[in-house]
Design a protein around this ligand. Structure first.
Ligand code: ARG
Length: 274
């Protein structure tokens, strides 16, 4: 079965954690009194980049900016589908300045950037499935931004309500295993969603892989899949074993220092879909 899972080469945008730190608390994982080991963080991050490259993916870098400790979480900068860039407008004032830096990277790379009018935290809450966008709300990105994204992309945007503050971004509670037409499927942690949103996910993905709270607390839902390899937190071993049963190949990458800021593998990774 393993051989039926076909990887697709991806282009990722990342930001080196040169200025990474926990200096404020905007989610329950963040405790500014807890020290971040900056050298370890950089080492962990470099291993992620090396793992992507070793699996054939292209990695571009945006230059980090001093004073923006969360800029390493590149996923929040935009959602890019079909070469069209829907930018970001952060909820927290501390993160608002990040948007323009990412915007200039995109412009230099030849993309126009749509600036959302309402709070929107990129791929943190807007997840492209290959057919439509699953969109989180409840803590950060607003429903108004979901409507704006639908108008911008002309793809259906399906709003889902997040209810657990530990899973404040959609990409901490759900990820896409396979965005191809044939194998389209996701993994999610049902209790992170409102009852109605759970029903929606069940209808759309009757064969989804369901995760437990332990998987989610280990940042196992903040994974990146290329359709075959799943870059996943090593502490989410129960989930990794289930993915293996489903024919996927887990690639463990430890970003434990970033968990202190409420982020993991997916948070550090923006996908550019041309
Ligand atoms: N400290 C950051 C924040 O709370 C972490 C962002 C994580 N990014 C993500 N895509 N979930 O905004």
């Amino acid at each position: 079965m393993s051989d039926s899972r076909v990887p697709r080469r991806r282009r990722f945008l990342v930001c080196e954690p040169r200025h990474f730190a926990v200096q404020y608390a905007i989610n329950p994982w963040m405790h500014p009194d807890v020290r971040v080991d900056v050298d370890l963080a950089r080492e962990q991050w470099q291993k992620l980049i090396a793992a992507y490259r070793a699996h054939g993916h292209t990695v571009d870098r945006v230059e980090p900016v001093a004073g923006l400790p969360d800029m390493v979480f590149a996923a929040n900068s935009a959602l890019v589908v079909g070469g069209r860039v829907f930018g970001s407008l952060f909820h927290a004032p501390e993160r608002r300045p990040e948007s323009v830096h990412y915007e200039s990277w995109f412009k230099t790379a030849g993309y126009d950037v749509h600036r959302p009018e309402s709070v929107c935290e990129g791929e943190g809450d807007l997840v492209w499935t290959g057919r439509y966008v699953l969109a989180g709300t409840g803590f950060r990105t607003t429903r108004e931004a979901h409507r704006e994204a639908q108008e911008f992309f002309g793809h259906p945007v399906i709003s889902l309500t997040l209810v657990d503050p530990y899973f404040y971004h959609l990409d901490t509670a759900l990820f896409v295993l396979d965005d191809s037409a044939g194998g389209n499927n996701i993994v999610y942690y049902p209790e992170a969603f409102s009852p109605g949103s759970r029903e929606v996910l069940k209808r759309l993905y009757p064969d989804a892989v369901l995760a437990t709270r332990d998987d989610a607390m280990a940042f196992g839902l903040n994974s990146v899949s290329d359709g075959r390899h799943v870059f996943i937190a090593p502490r989410a071993e129960a989930l990794a074993a289930r993915l293996d049963d489903h024919g996927y190949v887990p690639v463990p990458v430890d970003l434990s220092e970033f968990h202190k800021a409420g982020g993991g593998i997916k948070c550090c990774t923006q996908e550019i879909r041309s």
